[in-house]
Every structure is written in C-alpha cells, then in structure tokens.
Design a protein around this ligand. Structure first.
Ligand code: SF4
Ligand code: MG
Length: 317
C-alpha cells in the first residue's frame, strides 16, 4: 500500500462523559426557579468527576425539588413524601459502590421527613444530601413550611407565620456523627458548585442546605437576601472550600472559619442575623454505617446458608 504499514488495530477510547450524558427529561420547574441552577451544578460535578451515569442514583421524596431524578440521565427513585433518606440509605446499604444523591426540600426533609433526617445524619452513609430550601411548600402552592420566616404570609397562615423558623444548621450540627454541614444560596453558582463538589467528595453524608429562590410563592424571601449581600456571611479557611474571587466580591461580609471546629460551627449557625455560606463543619473521620452494614454482602447464598445453619446449630439440644 504505497509503502505504508497497514494498522488494523482499533483504537479503543476511554469513555468520556459530557453534560449531555447526565441530561434527563426537560426540566419543568417555573422560569427563574433556583432549582434549574442546582440541577446544572450537579450535572457539571458529575461530568467533571467523570462519574459513570449507570453508577449514579438520584433519590427524592415529594415536592418541587423532588422532580430532580426525572431531569438527570442517571438511575433515579422518586419516592414518597419525606422518605428520600430511608430509600437512599437502603440503596447505599446494599450497593455501597453507587454514587447516591438525595434531592429533598424544606417541607420534605425538615417536616414529614424529620426523623429520617436525624437518623440519616447519624448513620453518615456516603451520599450527597441536598436540601432545596425555599421557605415554603411550593408544589402544593404556598403553605407555611418549617423554615418560613415569622410573619411570612401563606395559604395556611394568611396573617403571617406565627412561629419563628426552624434552624436546619443548628439541628444538623447537634446530631451525633454529623460529618459535613454546609450552606449556600442558589444565586451564587460558583460557590454552589464548589460546595456541592466538596460534599460529593466527602466520605460520609454531605449535608448542604441550599437557600433556593421560589419566584412564584416566596419571591420576597430571596429578594430580601439578594438585595442586601451584607446579610450573607461568607466562610473561608484553608481547610474549607476554594473561594472564587468573584464570590468574594459578591459577598463582602466574610470571616475565617475553621471547619474542623464543631463548637465554632455551632456558633456560626446560631447567628440568626446573618446567613452563613460555605463549609461550617467537616469531620472526614466519622464512621460510615455502610462500612459496617455491608460486610458480607458479597457472600454467595450457599455461604450465607452455611453461616445461618452454623449459628442455629449452636442451639441444638
Ligand atoms: Fe420552583 Fe417555586 Fe415553581 Fe416550585 S413553585 S418550581 S419551587 S418556582
Ligand atoms: Mg419548600
């Protein structure tokens, strides 16, 4: 062949995943809803970390946020109200190699799902837990949620919410074995990306409360925060999240906060005049439940049966 050496070998390329590989159905959230940006951040992280879509599972409960699994081109489980976490823990317990993302909301997680939230944080299974917190029940058209601010008018409290809101950060930081607690606002995409990426890389439950815009039923809440960036307190530290210079310009109110200091994290979380964003707390050495619970899952049925019989034989009279 004109002196050229014929090479019949096929070059096999490693798989490279693009954003399109993580795209599911067309997102049907309202225009301007903060959920769109959260979805984009998750897809970018999956792409940047090159997580195979077939090794990824998105799990949700009920609410606007819980539509997330439909919009990701991965495995998904759209569960029952408040039940995203027990489903996610079940998946992780039997299939610890899977990359599990949980999408839940303030109503789903902090109200009907409260018990699961508390126990899932203690179990500390290796998953990313995103709470889309818009301060209202959006899917059912504006009822008071556990994080609706005092005086916020809704269908259930037309005269305004009558109790001060729940503080998800102080609660989470009070749970035994909590290992990663962070907060972001959805209108800072670079910070949200970095925080979610850190939560995803963290071994344990990466709890991220995302303060999320709902322009339809809670527009005034996010507008109040967006119009006055000094209400936001940016946390930075060499052990924390890398902060983009644009984020530093966006939030001039900043403090150095060591995320390995639990008591300092609790102090930051307790401050109800400022909204901390960034990493509040991280303990990379906390125990993960699946490390213990998944022992022996690779055993064959025969071996399990032999073990069971051996155990029963101990009771032979
Ligand atoms: Fe988003 Fe609110 Fe619309 Fe739900 S109701 S999709 S939270 S803007
Ligand atoms: Mg909500």
């Amino acid at each position: 062949m004109f002196g050229m050496k014929a090479d019949w070998s096929l070059e096999v390329f490693e798989r490279y995943f693009t954003i399109g590989d993580y795209a599911g159905g067309e997102a049907r959230w309202c225009p301007g809803c903060g959920d769109h940006g959260i979805l984009t951040a998750v897809q970018k992280i999956l792409r940047d970390e090159q997580v195979p879509p077939e090794r990824t599972v998105a799990v949700s409960g009920i609410g606007c946020s819980s539509r997330m699994p439909h919009y990701l081109g991965t495995f998904g489980f759209h569960g029952l109200h408040g039940r995203a976490l027990p489903i996610a823990c079940g998946i992780k317990s039997r299939r610890p190699e899977l990359d599990v993302w949980v999408a839940t909301g303030d109503g789903d997680c902090f109200s009907i799902g409260t018990a699961h939230w508390i126990h899932a944080i203690r179990y500390n299974m290796d998953m990313t837990l995103m709470v889309f917190d818009n301060g209202v029940y959006g899917l059912t058209k504006a009822q008071t949620s556990p994080t609706s601010p005092l005086g916020f008018k809704t269908n259930t409290h037309p005269g305004g919410a009558i109790l001060p809101p729940h503080n998800p950060l102080t609660v989470t930081l009070g749970i035994t074995n909590a290992s990663f607690v962070a907060q972001v606002v959805d209108w800072s995409p670079p910070l949200m990306y970095e925080v979610l990426k850190a939560a995803h890389r963290h071994r344990g439950t990466g709890f991220v409360r995302i303060i999320q815009r709902c322009p339809v039923y809670a527009d005034s809440l996010s507008k109040a925060m967006q119009s006055d960036p000094s209400k936001v307190l940016l946390l930075h530290h060499e052990k924390g999240i890398p902060i983009d210079p644009a984020v530093k310009r966006q939030f001039p109110n900043q403090i150095e906060h060591d995320p390995s200091n639990l008591s300092a994290a609790r102090d930051v979380a307790q401050n109800d005049t400022l909204i901390p964003v960034g990493l509040l707390y991280q303990n990379p050495d906390a125990i993960c439940y699946e490390t213990l619970s998944s022992q022996g899952i690779e055993f064959t049925t025969k071996r399990r049966l032999a073990g069971l019989n051996a155990a029963l034989d101990r009771f032979t009279i």
